[in-house]
Write a protein that binds this ligand. Structure first.
Ligand code: SF4
Length: 341
């Protein structure tokens, strides 16, 4: 698939006080993209489209170049201590996406240009915890790799963390546009993870993202560039013949990674979950989705901000966990499963 290119760009005037803001404006002008000014992202108006669905699709290819005002980082358990805010929103169209809950009404993509301020804040968090390691997750509110060929803010973050003593960076992606990241001076402090899934899940629920083969070719490249590599299997979903589907996933992973030295391979396992607000949004935006979201078949779990989520009942969750852990042990005996949630 081609790298993401916005159809419409909004620029906050304040963003032009930062070098990256000016650089992006110039780049998009040269590319002949439509650029509009907006006082703040909350004022983004007039995204084209005759109905809500079209506006939603167009918002997914709209980029807002802005300034991150809140410099208090969110926590990001269980994979990291903090979420480092580089961007929000995503060009992908995964039906189950967690952004349906968090960015329900604002699905456009925002990139932040005040990187120095963001890095200063990250440094403060590291100093507070030193000599403990502080891990930052860069993909909590977007698929940052999908956007980074335009902004290089992830690349700068990788290099910033590479120079720190106690910092670590991690992010996950479903995109394969990684070439510009291969020569970043990561110093082994960034874990590059790819999101993978069974054929059924990728085919039915992940439109607008790179194919499995593209992701795996990219994974080979980043492993060869010396990045610690990981895979996130999410959402683990009980479709028909899911045991075979996930076994096949491991078969294909093994085949694609053959011949690579992966001393430090990790897996993170996340079962499918949905919230009530997300279900409503998903049904509106992907009305034909096959995604099963029947509250009756799930277990309710209290969540952050009072938004509870529906996960699999304990016995099914256990079945998912044991099966996938067994596949990891069988296919990648040296890999570590960091968590199942
Ligand atoms: Fe959401 Fe990730 Fe899919 Fe983007 S790639 S739509 S962030 S799940």
């Amino acid at each position: 698939m081609d790298p993401f290119m916005p159809q419409l760009v909004y620029i906050e005037p304040q963003a032009l006080e930062y070098p990256l803001g000016c650089e992006l404006k110039e780049k998009f002008e040269k590319l002949g993209l439509e650029i509009r000014e907006t006082t703040s992202h909350n004022q983004v108006r007039g995204i084209p489209g005759e109905n809500e669905l079209q506006q939603y699709r167009n918002a997914k290819s709209t980029l807002v170049v802005g300034v991150r005002r809140t410099l208090k980082f969110d926590t990001s358990k269980p994979s990291a201590e903090y979420a480092i805010p580089l961007a929000t929103g995503c060009m992908g169209h995964c039906h189950y996406c967690y952004l349906q809950t968090t960015l329900g009404s604002k699905p456009y993509i925002r990139t932040y240009v005040n990187l120095e301020e963001i890095f200063e804040q990250a440094q403060k968090y590291m100093d507070e915890r030193a000599p403990e390691i502080t891990r930052f997750e860069a993909a909590c509110t977007s698929d940052i790799v999908g956007l980074d060929h335009l902004t290089h803010s992830l690349k700068k973050t990788i290099e910033f963390i590479g120079k720190t003593e106690y910092g670590r960076l991690r992010f996950v992606t479903k995109f394969h546009h990684v070439d510009h990241l291969l020569d970043a001076e990561h110093n082994g402090k960034t874990r590059f993870r790819f999101s993978v899934n069974s054929r059924y899940v990728i085919k039915n629920f992940e439109p607008g993202t790179s194919s499995f083969d593209e992701r795996l070719d990219a994974a080979r490249k980043v492993a060869k560039a010396g990045y610690p590599l990981g895979f996130i299997i999410a959402p683990i979903y009980m479709h028909e013949d899911w045991e075979d589907g996930y076994r096949e996933l491991f078969d294909r992973l093994k085949e694609h990674l053959a011949g690579l030295d992966l001393p430090n391979l990790t897996f993170e396992l996340i079962q499918h979950r949905f919230t009530k607000p997300a279900k409503k949004v998903i049904e509106k935006r992907y009305p034909k989705t096959k995604l099963e979201m029947d509250e009756e078949k799930r277990k309710y779990k209290w969540g952050r901000y009072g938004i509870g989520k529906y996960v699999y009942p304990d016995d099914e969750a256990k079945d998912l966990e044991t099966t996938i852990r067994r596949y990891v042990d069988t296919f990648f005996p040296n890999a570590v499963v960091q968590y199942f949630t």
